[in-house]
Write a protein that binds this ligand. Structure first.
Ligand code: DX5
Ligand code: ZN
Length: 230
């Protein structure tokens, strides 16, 4: 993975057909997405359960590009190796998932994956200042994690702007996760985000049998984000 601040669209397979993940990953890549975002939920850190490392390993074969694994689980550390072995390129853990985020980020990098740090909407960026040399990506949650299709929380846009200033020239991606649409993508792109996760806004109107809407949705989000991106 070479670092670039160009806009990247990362569809979340949380909005895909769960009985057809392989074909869905191939379809979104064929339709022009940049990364594939994989939401892992444990029913404990967040009030929903999705899937674990074996599903990630199974879909890896159907993803040519970056597999971006978002861990909404606690604890994180016992599972890092399993997700790295499953082929995750980026492993993102939540700041709120435990008392030892510094150790978690060290362990993610030691596993060979890029280290991501996710912040819930209620979490400020003060602690991030002490972790900047430990992270390759910071994920700003613009919904409370747990479900797709929620409404974008506008108060997070200022947080993105502050984070972008804090990051400066460091090679750290800013990822936005939750409620990204053609209406909200320009706001976060203008504030300095470069990775836009979108579940419902990418998968709406399409299917494995009719993937063209995926491409239309991806291109529409990319166009407005690129126009707003500094
Ligand atoms: C929320 C997940 C998101 C979610 C995004 O907990 O981390 O990745 O699937 O879905 P939309 O784009 O529908 O808000
Ligand atoms: Zn996510």
């Amino acid at each position: 993975m070479t670092f670039s601040r160009a806009i990247k669209i990362a569809p979340s397979i949380l909005s895909a057909d769960f009985a057809n993940f392989g074909a869905e990953c191939e379809a979104i890549e064929a339709q022009g997405c940049d990364w594939v975002h994989v939401d892992v939920m444990d029913g404990h850190f967040v009030p929903n359960i999705t899937f674990g490392p074996s599903t990630c390993a199974a879909i890896r074969k159907h993803i040519k590009g970056v597999m971006d694994v978002h861990l909404m689980i606690a604890p994180v550390d016992p599972y890092i190796e399993a997700f790295a072995s499953a082929g995750a390129d980026v492993i993102t853990a939540h700041l709120e998932a435990g008392p030892h985020i510094h150790r978690t980020l060290q362990a993610i990098r030691a596993s060979g994956a890029k280290a991501g740090l996710a912040l819930n909407p209620g979490t400020g960026i003060e602690s991030v200042a002490h972790l900047l040399d430990m992270v390759d990506l910071i994920c700003v949650m613009t919904v409370n994690p747990g479900f797709g299709g929620q409404k974008f929380i506008h108060s997070q846009v200022d947080k993105v702007r502050s984070l972008r200033a804090m990051i400066g020239d460091r090679p750290i991606h800013i990822e936005i996760d939750g409620g990204v649409t053609v209406e909200t993508a320009p706001l976060v792109a203008a504030a300095g985000a470069d990775v836009l996760v979108a579940g419902s806004a990418v998968f709406k109107g399409g299917s494995v049998g009719n993937p063209a809407p995926y491409g239309e949705n991806i291109r529409a989000i990319r166009a407005v984000a690129e126009a707003a991106h500094g």
